[in-house]
Design a protein around this ligand. Structure first.
Ligand code: MF3
Ligand code: CO
Ligand code: CO
Length: 275
């Protein structure tokens, strides 16, 4: 190997836009961290009921992650004050757990990211509190389907833009909109890294997907318009028109011939109703 190519490799390693190609240990690490994320989301399903506070859900999740050898990565991330994100109704993402009690008819996204043995398992699901309106159930079903359609196009040789295209065309055909201000991301030993995984866009554009890439697919879909605004707490993102928003998130890896989902529910609790 020439000195020049060594330098090239160093440059590439220092380039934050370079997409890391992970090996088998990374996949094994992500399987474990992803399983813990999924198990934690499974555990929470029985607790999401009228009267519980999002702060109590935060403590349950944090204790569960600690009891299983992990730590909650969000708590150490850019000053975020809690261990999980809880986003109710028109909150798009990054809602901060607190003293607010859930009430019948609420929809809730819970986003967990256990850091286990150096790997981040990032996943979120929707939950429903008692009976929710039909339009809310419909939005949740559309959002889950949008995420799974995005994941379904992942294989070596496909392009990153194919994912966003699959999500956007499906969501918009259902007269819903795709949030633009937040995206999926590379994940692994680092919580957020290249590439940015947009949930909208053109097929056949963007980087070519390669075996070993690991990233999240986490579309946020609104019943109304796509515009978001940030609340004064600096974290909570809400729909500008106050329409309902939903999100699901999986951490995935590109395999030799397709995709592996690291955060699948072992209990089969993929989307509500979970009862
Ligand atoms: N888990 C979120 C994601 O999907 C990130 C949460 S960072 C926090 O990327 F600081 F808001 F918790
Ligand atoms: Co994420
Ligand atoms: Co997440």
């Amino acid at each position: 190997m020439s000195l020049l190519s060594v330098d090239d490799e160093l440059d590439e390693a220092d380039d934050p836009t370079a997409i890391v190609l992970h090996g088998p240990e990374a996949f094994e690490g992500m399987r474990r961290a992803g399983r813990l994320a999924a198990d934690c989301l499974d555990m929470l399903a029985a607790h999401v009921r009228p009267g519980i506070t999002t702060g109590e859900l935060d403590r349950l999740a944090d204790a569960y992650i600690h009891d299983h050898g992990g730590v909650s990565a969000p708590h150490f991330y850019r000053g975020f004050p809690k261990s999980i994100c809880t986003s109710i109704n028109h909150v798009i993402c990054h809602g901060i757990p607190g003293d607010k009690k859930l009430v019948e008819g609420d929809t809730l996204n819970i986003d967990v990211t256990p850091l286990l043995n150096g790997w981040h398992g990032d996943s979120s699901r929707m939950y429903t509190v008692g009976e929710v309106p039909l339009k809310a159930r419909r939005l949740i079903d559309i959002t889950y389907e949008a995420m799974m359609r995005g994941i379904a196009v992942i294989r070596p040789g496909a392009r990153l833009g194919d994912i966003g295209h699959a999500i956007q065309t499906f969501a918009e055909a259902q007269r819903c909109s795709v949030v633009r201000d937040f995206c999926g991301h590379g994940v692994g030993r680092v919580f957020h890294m290249a590439p940015n995984v947009l949930h909208f866009g053109e097929a056949g554009t963007g980087p070519v997907l390669k075996q070993g890439m690991i990233f999240t697919v986490e579309p946020m879909i609104n019943l109304g318009k796509y515009q978001a605004k940030l609340l004064p707490d600096g974290w909570t993102a809400v729909t500008k028109d106050r329409s309902l928003s939903a999100q699901f998130e999986h951490s995935v890896g590109v395999t030799a011939d397709g995709v592996e989902i690291f955060t699948t529910s072992a209990a089969g609790l993929h989307k509500p109703p979970y009862a």
